[in-house]
Design a protein around this ligand. Structure first.
Ligand code: GLA
Ligand code: ZN
Length: 655
């Protein structure tokens, strides 16, 4: 059943506190507890001297109270003695200097010495606790990023990756275009990781940088497999995962979770400033995470209070947010939601990253809301195999995300935003969208959304052509078909390999950034556009919308093309919500997918079902109380309230 958990750091609290905490957890309806993250120095206080007695005690007390356990490997923060004695285990920053201890996450993931010590502590934990019935899974490390360490080991790893990919140095020079700025290498040994903090990504060769990002993701995946294999040896059958987050160094999570048993994510919806009311991006992120393994997932950290540490303390979660955003995760496929953290730390850098209980330990408003959420989830009995079903897929790729980070297109144009705009339009009609890897199979889908397929993969283009030829509908957006797989520009007319499918050519483009353009359709509908304007010449396509402004007034901005039994749309600009919504309505109608009309902004509907039952979630993702006309009824929602209805109903009524 879908369950609620909490993140607990027993090593920060005296034993007297444990029993009280565990009793309150059990009483509140918490089912699982995540422990041992960052606890390496307490488990191995001196090299080779281990102390598991306290963790044995915690594991016994938790399991004795019927609580399940997620055990973390503590490798994010190694003990100081390790770094002091074996300096090579510290990362080397882009400045070329070694990091120093003091924060966390300083370890080099590929240092053989680090791996020796990490492997030993992970092995001991897995051997000791791996078969305990209360153990329901493993979290490897914490929020692992792509490996951007610049130490000699990591640099050698990068060169080995390039050697394997290109075979001989001439092939790499040609692929990267190293004749520009006299960048030719005579040997792989001359290649370094990107050093020099003065150089921005915009100055470094994009081909070099994209290969570096590919390597950095692989390197992290290798570290995860190294730990996974040790865990699996001693803890057979227990799911292994890691907690994903998004940062400037996000790895390719398709690759990371491809090696793991379940996808997991740390879910921190932004806490608003006064005057802001809702958070429309959050549903996209959750759908993205569900797509990592095309399966339901876990939340290993869920927002429970104000953040504070790396930034000023944020506003407190408004009434309804703690339960609402946790239930939203369930609505989009989470089977486990673990709140970060049970108690707010009284010491250390994150003493103002608020948990469910404040420093006093006295349950307050946030805790009471959490307790209500636990009761609601426990009453619902949602089976873990109840899944979202979608006829619409959106293709997402970390290759594209990295390529756009390396080269900014125009002010305000981000890859993520192109995906979010499309996703939001279908969601506003109450239609589920699966966000899936670009290379994933398309069977079962009727509409496929392709935001900015920049670094063109011919296999993806051919797959989309086959899909449309046999009756599917595809939407392709601006900056598609621009690059070859080496992240160099294709020397053909845009949209390159998509020209045939979309029946269009791009004559010229105007990267207007924060500026705006006006559009209208042949039927007279008007839209605003921004960021980017492709000036299009339809070949076999018909005009869907044309520009109403600028020197390209009257020229096509978006087209629709019949291709085989299906249709392909090419959108050459970044429109407003109304444009994407009309496109969604039209493509859903063409594909015969029913929807219930446009929802008021901020309302989100999703359905999880299995063979026996169906759960409908309606979320008021908004800080105001609001009404929704739903079928023949008018439903009244409190701020951030989620209403869940179950069919067939159980004896325990749903709220
Ligand atoms: C991240 C980390 C946690 C903690 C929280 C604070 O998600 O994984 O250890 O730092 O942020 O919000
Ligand atoms: Zn390194």
């Amino acid at each position: 059943m879908v369950a609620v958990g909490v993140d607990y750091y027993p090593e920060h609290w005296g034993k007297e506190q444990w029993d009280q905490d565990i009793a309150l957890m059990a009483r509140t309806g918490v089912k699982a507890v995540r422990i041992a993250e960052f606890a390496w120095s307490r488990l191995e206080p001196r090299e080779g001297e281990f102390d598991f007695a306290w963790l044995d005690d915690v594991v016994d007390r938790l399991s004795g109270n019927g609580l399940k356990i997620i055990l973390c490997t503590p490798t994010n923060s190694a003990p100081v003695w390790l770094y002091r004695r074996y300096g090579e285990t510290l990362q080397v920053e882009r400045t070329g200097r070694r990091a120093d201890t003091g924060i966390r996450g300083h370890r080099c993931l590929s240092s053989p010495v680090f791996r020796r010590f990490a492997g030993r502590i992970v092995g001991l934990l897995a051997e000791r606790y791996g078969r305990r019935p209360a153990l329901i899974g493993w979290q490897i490390d914490n929020e692992l990023e792509a490996n951007h360490c610049n130490c000699p080991h990591c640099a050698a790893g990068f060169r080995a990756f390039l050697r394997e990919k290109y075979g001989e140095i001439g092939a790499l020079n040609r692929a990267w275009g190293n004749d520009v700025w006299s960048g030719d290498f005579a040997d792989f040994e001359e290649i370094n990781t990107p050093l020099g903090d003065k150089y921005d990504y915009g100055w470094l060769n994009p081909s070099y940088m994209l290969d570096y990002e590919r390597f950095a993701s692989r390197s992290t995946a290798g570290f995860i497999r190294f730990q996974r294999d040790i865990i699996r040896k001693y803890s057979p059958g227990k799911p292994v995962t890691t907690n994903a987050c998004f940062s400037a160094r996000t790895p390719d999570y398709y690759r990371i979770f491809g090696d793991l048993d379940v996808a997991a994510y740390d879910n921190y919806p932004s806490l608003y400033k006064q005057g802001e009311r809702s958070n429309p991006q959050q549903a996209f992120v959750l759908d993205l995470v569900r797509g990592y393994k095309r399966s339901n997932f876990w939340i290993l950290e869920q927002m429970s209070g104000s953040f504070g540490c790396w930034a000023p303390i944020s506003p407190a979660p408004r009434p309804g947010m703690i339960a609402g955003y946790a239930m939203q995760a369930v609505a989009r496929g989470a089977n486990l939601v673990m709140h970060f953290r049970w108690r707010t730390a009284a010491r250390g850098a994150e003493m103002f990253c608020h948990g469910l209980l404040d420093h006093s330990g006295v349950p307050g408003r946030r805790f009471r809301e959490f307790a209500e959420f636990c009761a609601q989830i426990n009453a619902l009995n949602i089976p873990e195999d109840a899944a979202l079903k979608s006829k619409v897929a959106l293709l997402y790729s970390y290759e594209q995300e990295h390529a756009f980070k390396i080269q900014k297109m125009s002010e305000g144009f981000t890859y993520r935003r192109q995906a979010e705009l499309l996703h939001r339009a279908y969601m506003s009609l109450g239609v589920n969208v699966d966000v899936i890897e670009e290379t994933a199979g398309l069977s079962g889908y009727a509409v496929v959304l392709v935001p900015a397929h920049f670094v063109a993969d011919d296999a993806v283009v051919r797959k989309l052509e086959r899909f449309v030829r046999s009756g599917g509908t595809v939407v392709v957006t601006a900056r598609s078909g621009v690059k070859d797989p080496y992240n160099a520009c294709l020397t053909r007319e845009l949209p390159g390999p998509f020209a045939k499918l979309c029946g269009v050519l791009v004559d010229e483009y105007d990267p207007i950034g924060a500026g705006s353009a006006a559009l209208s359709t042949p039927e007279g509908k008007k839209y605003a556009a921004t960021c980017w304007c492709d000036i299009l010449t339809p070949q076999t396509a018909e005009v869907w919308a044309a520009y109403d402004s600028e020197f390209y007034k009257g020229r096509a901005a978006a087209v629709r093309n019949r291709f085989g039994k299906g249709r392909a749309y090419y959108l050459g600009t970044v429109g407003d919500d109304a444009l994407y919504r009309d496109l969604a309505v039209e493509t859903l109608a063409a594909a015969g997918i029913p929807h219930g009309g446009v929802l008021p902004p901020g309302f989100e509907i999703s359905v999880r079902e299995n063979e026996g039952c169906e759960f409908t979630f309606i979320f008021n993702n908004d800080g105001e109380a609001r009404d929704l006309r739903y079928g023949k009824e008018t439903l009244r929602f409190k701020p951030f309230e989620v209403k869940v209805t179950r069919r067939p109903p159980t004896r325990s009524p749903c709220p």
